[in-house]
Each structure stands twice: as C-alpha cells, then as structure tokens.
Design a protein around this ligand. Structure first.
Ligand SMILES: Cc1ncc(COP(=O)(O)O)c(C=O)c1O
Length: 406
C-alpha cells in the first residue's frame, strides 16, 4: 500500500464508525469491470459493489443519462408526481408479473415495505388480522434494519439488537415439508425468501421448491414475497430470478442493480397485494419515503433497463455466466481439496473453499482481483454484466493460483 491509501485509511480509523471490515483498498475510479485505487493500482472488479454496478463502472450511456437528469431535476419528494418515477415503475411492470411499484432507497427498505404491505394486506384487505407471522428461511439475508434483521435467518445479524419484530418463524431453505408444517398453523402472514440465497453462500434451491411454496401459499392464503434484491435486474440471466423457475410471487423486492450504482429500492406487487399499501379514502398515507422514487434515481434505473436491452446484456450474462461456471467447475476438479463445490446461476456464482476465505480473498487481491465472501466459506463472483471472457480467465486463473498454493 502506498502513501495516499495509507493516509486515507489512517484518517478513516479516526472518523468512521468501526462497523465495517473493509479490504485495505481506497478506490477512486473505474471503467467497465476495472477499478483503480488512489495510488493508481488497477484491479479487476468481480464484486460490482456487491452485485450493484451491473453496467460496469462509468458506462458512457448511463453516465450521460444520469448527468442529463442532474441538470434538470434531482428531487421533488412525493408531494408531487415526477415523470421519471412513473416511467421507471412502468419499466418494472412491463418486464415482470407486477402491476404496481413503490419506490424506496435500498434493499432493507424495500423488504421493510414488503413486510408492512403483507401485514396490512392481511389485516385490512383480506380481513385476517390474526395472520401476523412472517416465515423466513435459515441462512437468508434481508437487510440490516431492525425489521429485516428479525427476518434474516443468520443469528449473527440479530445479536445485540433485541427485542426484535415478532412473530417470526424460520424454516430450512429448500425444505418443503417444513414449510408445509409451519403454514398449516394458519397464522402465517407472509413467506419471504430469496430465489437464490446470496449472502448465505449462493445457495440455489432444489428443483420444484419455489413451485411447491407457491402452491402452499395459495392453499393457505399466505403472501409469497421474493427478495430479488440480489437476484433481480438480470443477474441470473433473466430480468428477475423468479423467471428462471417460472414461479410468480405476489410481491418482489428490488434494489442493488436497479439503479446501476445510484441508490434505489422498490417493492413490486400484483394488483391484489398492492392494495395492502394503498391509502383508504380519507385515511392516512400508510407508507412513504421522502427520497423514494426521486427523479435522479429513477432516471438512472430507466437507463439501466434501456442499456441492458440495447446491449443484449441478459444474453451476455447467460453466456458469461456459463463460461464462468465451467471455469469454476474446472477449478473444483483440479484442486478438489481446496475448492469443494461451485454454485450459482448467471453472474452470481460461488466457490466453496476449504481454507480461510478471507485469506483466499487477500491473496487474490494481491494478484489484482477483487472478490467478496458469501456465507461462511464461499468466494463470491458477482461481476458487472459487461465482463469479458478475458476478465473471467484473469479472475479464475488468479483464484486457481491461490488454491494451488494452499
Ligand atoms: C437478498 C438481499 N436482500 C436485502 C439486502 C439488503 O440490501 P441493502 O444493503 O441495500 O439494504 C441484500 C444486501 O446484500 C440482499 O442481498
């Protein structure tokens, strides 16, 4: 590490809350799948800001659209309509099951809004106020707000924050019988899960699980919520993760790639469920966000939709994802004691490693490749969609070299 990085990291030690455990890299600029630190060192970015920068860094078309919006209108609040918000909602409804969209600013906020929607749907629309239990899955991740840590099925995220939202019941991910048993109690308000558990370790559910859950939720009057914060916006090769399994939820939450780097979140719902957040005639506004749906974030989101389509990026995710998957499978074959398993779909992939994942990541970084951890022992690959074959080779070769040393 050289002078500017060291000085800035030293300053961070004094002025930032010490909640994060950042990698010791101070990034300054990026282009496509590459980023540079303040000392001019180049890295290949296989994190995309945790599955956010789907178009890569500094995409010229995206930058132009966001810049154009900056010069026109940034924020007006929801006291008024704004064109960008309405058209961004249409971009989601045109490509998904959803009829209506509520905008907020992050994944946690989107899940909070989905919880409120489901509770109020049961209480006010379905006339079942006794149905209050939120069912979630072990190993899940839904955000860091007080409500979303309560439904996150990893105790480490909940410790020290109690008392939390209740009642919540956790079931094993992928276990239909456990889901059947909990839903049979008749107290469930909503079942929330990720179509692929991302932070939990890139866990793809068994064939038929999502379809089975859909049927169980229909039979029991439970709202089915898919948290597509990480799987949405093309990351698996279709616009939304649910389209891979052709199982349609009642509600879906989005964030991360939705804005391509500008913060935005959304709850997308069927007409029936959207009534859960609708104001009653003469009643109070049941949910709101000052920044939610602001023109800048929504213009960014519209640019993401347009550019993904114009550049054929869904097809590129599928092709690059297949290639990445093959190369990672090759690593597992070559280093079976160091690389135990590969998982994922599209450009959301993981390799379970035997060694300490943080050490593997540090060594890859030393070779110029940025990666992150998912779950306890999985090295996550979530690169920008504009990634090239040569980049995939560079990243996998670096990981291979590290595994060969271990
Ligand atoms: C599936 C899922 N849901 C929710 C969140 C929380 O999103 P945010 O950090 O934008 O609040 C994340 C973040 O990693 C996520 O992966």
């Amino acid at each position: 590490m050289t002078a500017r990085s060291s000085a800035l990291i030293a300053l961070s030690e004094r002025v930032l809350v010490k909640n994060y455990r950042q990698q010791p890299v101070v990034l300054e600029r990026g282009r496509g799948a590459e980023v540079w630190d303040v000392d001019g060192r180049r890295y290949l970015d296989m994190t995309a800001g945790i599955a956010v920068c789907c178009l890569g860094h500094s995409h010229p078309g995206y930058t132009a659209r966001v810049t154009e919006q900056l010069t026109r209108l940034v924020h007006v609040s929801n006291l008024f309509f704004n064109e960008q918000q309405i058209l961004a909602a249409q971009a989601i409804t045109d490509r998904s099951f959803a009829d209506r969209v509520f905008f907020c600013n992050s994944g946690a906020e989107a899940n909070e809004a989905a919880l409120k929607l489901a509770r109020r749907y049961q209480a006010v629309v379905a006339g079942k106020p006794e149905r209050t239990t939120i069912v979630a899955t072990h190993g899940s991740f839904h955000g860091r707000s007080i409500g979303t840590v309560a439904i996150t099925g990893q105790p480490k995220y909940r410790e020290g924050f109690g008392p939390l939202l209740e009642p919540v019941e956790f079931v094993p991910y992928g276990d239909l019988e456990a889901a059947r048993a909990v839903l049979a109690k008749g107290t469930a308000c909503a079942f929330i899960l990720e179509p692929i558990q991302a932070e939990g370790g890139i866990v793809v559910p068994p064939e038929g699980y999502l379809a089975g859950l859909r049927a169980l939720c229909d039979d029991t009057g439970t709202v089915l919520v898919f948290d597509e914060v990480q799987t949405g916006m093309g990351r698996t090769g279709t616009w939304f993760g649910y389209q891979q399994d052709e199982v349609v939820p009642d509600v879906m939450t989005l964030a991360k790639g939705l804005g391509g780097g500008i913060p935005i979140g959304a709850v997308a719902a069927s007409e029936k469920l959207a009534a859960g957040l609708a104001a009653q005639p003469g009643g109070a506004v049941p949910h709101a966000s000052t920044f939610g749906g602001n023109p800048l974030a929504c213009a960014a989101s519209r640019a993401v939709f347009d550019i993904i389509e114009a550049e054929g990026l869904l097809e590129r995710v599928a092709a690059a994802g297949d290639y990445l998957g093959q190369r990672l499978t090759g690593l597992v074959k070559k280093y079976p004691t160091a690389a135990l398993e590969t998982r994922g779909r599209g450009l959301l992939r993981g390799v379970r490693v035997a060694g300490t994942p943080a050490t593997v990541i540090t060594k890859c970084r030393d070779k110029g490749v940025l990666l992150s951890i998912a779950g306890a022992d999985v090295i996550r690959f979530a690169p920008p969609f504009v990634i090239e074959r040569a980049h995939v080779d560079e990243a996998v070769d670096a990981l291979g070299a590290v595994l060969a040393e271990s």
